[in-house]
Design a protein around this ligand. Structure first.
Ligand SMILES: NC(=O)c1ccc[n+]([C@@H]2O[C@H](COP(=O)([O-])OP(=O)(O)OC[C@H]3O[C@@H](n4cnc5c(N)ncnc54)[C@H](O)[C@@H]3O)[C@@H](O)[C@H]2O)c1
Length: 338
């Protein structure tokens, strides 16, 4: 059977997860990696000695025969790298957030279309069991009208998390906490409730030496009329406390929590009891000193492989990924720094 050949650009925390997932998939071949840091390339060489290694993205594109480029570099580089990959006629899987502004997302989508390649965005949390069950309850209209939705992302990131990085905490390369820690949560809320049409936001930087906020609150109106709120921080003492979404519908209430949306904390839905014997086995991404959201990257990679091999279409593409960036822009657009 034909294998889908991957090149992975950016081999840091999440790039290593992409590498492991591609390497483990029987229908995929890990052909090449690229990282601008020689020490990182050395780590990859030790683990995957036969993989081609490049310190320049142009060299990787010029010299390798690959079907998909996975872009796992800092947010601020996603747009230019995706555009370049499309010009080289490569399909693209870009990490979240797709880009730092809607204008760049549009350029990425247009360039992928012009070059007849696919552009997918990594939204692996959609594969978490509690998320999938909630989505089917909403699709089957079991909750009735959604009245309110509340999201709490109360996480810990130490100052060293920012200091050990040349892009985290920087307005030009990271943009803000909504792009990094909160973007999966926003993706899910707009998947269920439609676009953010209005937002009133206050942000502050309370406990880190960074040029983005570390605390924020926003009151939101969604396209379907639901009132929403997001409270987010990276200031929680010692370790992550909560990452949750609560949905208040006419006919039911659901709270998804467990740290990274991996558990149902509360389920009371008329004529839709929580199915019994579900095992909530979704695991977090573990980066040593901190944890991130779910590690269901393998589901996304499997889906795009089968899409390329069998023409299936159920992975988030550029137009859908751009909605999160539009929502984030809206939420920050009128933010007061009080
Ligand atoms: N889907 C998820 O849940 C998830 C989880 C973590 C990170 N991410 C996303 O992945 C991206 C990377 O995050 P990370 O935590 O892995 O960051 P990281 O800093 O750990 O890794 C980034 C890597 O990119 C490399 N790099 C930087 N500029 C480069 C260039 N010009 N050419 C080649 N390599 C370059 C760096 O050397 C580094 O190894 C971010 O956009 C982040 O939001 C997504």
């Amino acid at each position: 059977m034909t294998k889908i050949k991957f090149g992975i650009i950016g081999c840091g925390s999440i790039g290593k997860r992409h590498i492991a997932v591609v390497d483990a998939d029987e229908n995929a071949e890990l052909v090449a990696v690229c990282d601008s840091d020689e020490n990182v390339l050395k780590e990859i060489e030790d683990l995957y000695p036969s993989v081609l290694r490049y310190s320049s993205f142009s060299d990787l594109l010029n010299n390798t025969d690959i079907n998909v480029v996975s872009i796992c570099t800092p947010h601020g580089l996603h747009a230019e790298m995706a555009i370049k990959a499309a010009q080289f006629k490569k399909n693209i899987l870009v990490e979240k957030p797709m880009a730092l502004c809607v204008e760049d997302c549009k350029k990425m989508i247009d360039c992928a279309r012009e070059n007849n390649v696919k552009l997918w965005v990594m939204k692996q949390n959609r594969f978490n069991k509690p998320i999938a069950i909630t989505k089917s309850a909403i699709q089957e209209n079991k909750l009735g009208k959604i009245l309110m939705i509340k999201c709490d992302v109360l996480w810990n990131r130490h100052q060293e998390y920012y200091e050990g990085s040349n892009w985290r905490g920087r307005a030009d390369l990271e943009g803000g906490v909504l792009y990094t820690q909160v973007s999966h949560f926003i993706d899910l809320m707009i998947w269920w409730c439609g676009d953010v049409i209005n937002a009133q936001t206050i942000i502050q930087t309370k406990n880190h030496k960074i040029s983005i906020e570390d605390c924020g609150v926003s009151n939101i109106v969604f396209e379907n009329g639901a009132l929403g709120s997001i409270t987010w921080t990276t200031c929680v003492y010692n370790k992550n406390y909560e990452g949750s979404i609560t949905i208040i519908g006419e006919k039911g209430t659901i709270k998804i929590g467990g740290g990274y949306l991996n558990k149902i904390d509360f389920w009371d839905v008329q004529s839709y009891p929580l199915p019994e014997n579900i095992s909530f086995e979704d695991k977090p991404n573990n980066y040593g000193k901190y944890q991130g959201t779910s590690s269901n990257h393998d589901h996304v990679v499997k889906n795009i492989i089968s899409q390329l091999l069998n023409e299936r279409h159920d992975t988030v593409e550029g137009d859908e990924g751009m909605k999160t960036i539009a929502a984030i822009e809206k939420i920050y657009s009128n933010a007061r720094y009080d």
